[in-house]
Write a protein that binds this ligand. Structure first.
Ligand code: GFB
Length: 425
């Protein structure tokens, strides 16, 4: 079903050419075998890991819709060069998705391959077409949202340049020899799913890359829809990371899946009611520091005030253990611990071997996994890191009252708690 009025591709910037007529083209022409096409994407370099996971869900659902009509495979963008991955001693580019996620689970939703496998399949280090998604220069017309997309002049300086052989060169996840044959800027105001017609009708090459894929929104497939949650549920963390988290839970937090009622099944089989999961006998806290200390200084508590809130939660839940997931340094962690006399305060500290194998991203996932299994969770204001923990808890079947909570700062008069984005099956 076509939900927008016009999809246009201009041969020259600003010139609109209607190429898509919903009434004449709304059905795929079957009868001929269609060859597989590859969709690639990347995200604004400044975005962190957990917003990138959200962009994956949008693109994954786009690939799902494409597959209703044509065989498309999503090429997973290697992880790397992330602003928050500060460990200088680790090599943190070209990191495969399988380091962090279970590819078999992703494939229960859509066909995916790693970038390196894509290069092997292509037999050449090439991306055929790149569309650099950008806003409309003129903003929303009449202040009204309408679905549209047009090839336009690039608004910002783009990180791709044409070399003397006519090849487009750019970052390409750190793969220096990769080039693109064609490059254009595409102004979009669109739901991810609505890119389908553009890709099917306005592009023909074997591989297409959407740069700045965060420009497209979830739209009707947002948190309120089962499609969002299907894509989200398929993002199962890699078993090697879950195992490390589970071992830590067992060893320090008296937490096992059997006791906590968090036994994991294949995501396609798992459907938990709220309140079925009990969680381990500990409070978990996502205490976001670093850039949040200035980016959200009004909403981020001092360590002392965070400790006060945690103590109240321990008392209320009759618990004595706390698990802290945080990007804070050791000094801050020790300071925080110093505010507690009786409670046991834990933090996951990776060995050097684990750091080297799974990088800063893997360690963050282990933190998220442990935090997701607590009897009660409290996160940080607007942090996508906290949001992803909340989603994990929805999947596991926790009572939303134990999940959608955040720490308040001492300067907040009203401390609004996070929206309850409950799972939809
Ligand atoms: O994931 P993320 O986008 O969440 O970025 P926000 C935060 C990153 O910091 C994580 C590290 O991906 C981790 O690398 N980090 C944060 C942590 N909390 C923890 C933790 O508890 N444990 C571990 N091990 N690592 C957004 C950013 O951050 O905040 C934007 O994505 C921007 O770029 C905005 O800076 C202000 O949503 O918290």
């Amino acid at each position: 079903i076509v939900l927008f009025n016009t999809i246009v591709l201009a041969s020259h910037a600003h010139e609109k050419v209607d190429v898509f007529k919903p009434d004449t083209h709304s059905h795929a022409e079957f009868g001929e075998a269609k060859s597989v096409r590859y969709l690639l994407y990347d995200v604004n370099p400044g975005e962190g890991f957990n917003l990138r996971r959200d962009v994956f869900m949008r693109v994954a659902n786009l690939v799902k819709f494409l597959n209703d009509d044509e065989p498309w495979v999503l090429v997973l963008p290697p992880w790397g060069r992330l602003y928050h991955w500060k460990s200088q001693d680790l090599n943190q580019i070209k990191v495969k998705w399988s380091t962090f996620f279970d590819l078999a689970s992703l494939r229960e939703h859509i066909p995916v391959i790693e970038f390196e496998d894509y290069l092997t399949v292509m037999g050449e280090e090439v991306v055929e077409e790149i569309y650099y998604l950008q806003r409309y220069k003129e903003g929303w017309t009449n202040g009204k949202w309408e679905e549209k997309m047009d090839i336009r002049d690039c608004i910002d300086r783009v990180p791709y340049q044409k070399d003397e052989d006519g090849k487009w060169r750019g970052w390409f996840f750190g793969y220096e020899n990769v080039y693109a044959k064609k490059f254009a800027c595409l102004s979009v105001q669109s739901e991810a799913g609505n890119m389908k017609s553009f890709l099917m009708k306005n592009t023909t090459s074997r591989s297409v890359m959407l740069e700045r894929a965060e420009q497209v929104i979830h739209g009707q497939y947002s948190e309120f829809s089962s499609m969002f949650w299907i894509a989200r549920r398929s993002m199962v963390f890699a078993k090697h990371l879950r195992d490390i988290g589970d071992e830590f839970r067992r060893e320090y937090l008296d937490s096992t899946d059997e006791n906590d009622k968090t036994v994991l099944k294949s995501w396609t089989q798992m459907k938990k009611n709220h309140g079925e999961a009990k969680g381990g006998p500990y409070i978990s806290v996502h205490l976001r520091r670093k850039d949040y200390l200035y980016a959200h200084k009004e909403q981020v508590p001092s360590l002392k005030y965070a400790a006060k809130q945690i103590k109240e939660l321990l008392k209320k839940n009759k618990l004595k253990k706390v698990f802290i997931a945080s990007d804070c340094d050791e000094n801050d962690f020790e300071t925080l611990k110093g505010f507690f006399k009786k409670a046991e305060i834990y933090r996951y500290k990776p060995t050097q071997e684990i750091r080297e194998k799974y990088k800063d991203g893997g360690v963050a996932i282990i933190d998220q996994w442990i935090a997701a299994h607590a009897r009660h969770f409290v996160g940080t204001y607007v942090s996508t890191f906290s949001f992803r923990i909340q989603e994990e808890r929805e999947i596991l079947g926790f009572d939303p009252e134990t999940t959608f909570n955040r720490l308040c700062s001492e300067s907040e008069e009203e401390c609004e708690q996070p929206s309850k984005w409950k799972i939809v099956y």
